[in-house]
Design a protein. Structure first.
Length: 168
């Protein structure tokens, strides 16, 4: 996460082999905004997340505990990607994932304790994904890893994904 926030795309592309990590294309769908009813998809996402939470195998989960999670999209089309609104920006530590705001709830996980979506105190935390929404947006829209991804594809003799198909 420090690379995304503190390095240019050129610096990331110039990392030596020991500093690089494997890059894969990871899809994320963002909530759309309807011209006539801008909050429609957000309402539907909130209702969907809360309904899903009511179906998991943990009796301690209730709607009140889910209120702090604001869905902003879907991670790999496999569940809600949310901002944990209880975590303040000034409390985020890039080196401590427990302080990160962006959380995920895989729609195939029905035991949230086993999946690690609940803390020892029974508090819902979800899967930890990104420090904050800004970091997430930089990863997707600033192209920070584009050059590194293309270099990796060349090294591995793979064809890169066609970006023309990425946006609908």
């Amino acid at each position: 996460m420090d690379q995304i926030n503190n390095m240019t795309p050129e610096e990331i592309a110039g990392l030596d082999e020991d500093e690089k990590f494997d890059l894969t294309v990871t899809w994320s769908d963002f909530l759309s905004v309807d011209k006539d009813d801008p909050l429609k998809d957000l309402r539907n996402a909130i209702e969907g997340l809360r309904f899903f939470a009511s179906q998991v195998n943990n009796p301690d989960i209730d709607q009140e505990k889910m209120k702090r999670f604001l869905p902003v999209g879907s991670w790999m089309s496999a569940g809600a990607l949310c901002i944990d609104t209880s975590i303040k920006k000034e409390d985020i530590d890039p080196d401590d994932p427990e302080t990160w705001q962006i959380r995920w709830f895989d729609h195939e996980e029905f035991d949230w304790e086993e999946a690690g979506y609940m803390g020892e105190d029974g508090e819902i935390k979800g899967g930890i994904m990104f420090p904050d929404f800004e970091t997430f947006i930089k990863l997707y829209f600033y192209g920070a890893y584009d050059d590194a991804y293309l270099a990796q594809c060349e090294d591995w003799e793979e064809d890169p994904e066609d970006k023309d198909t990425w946006v609908q």
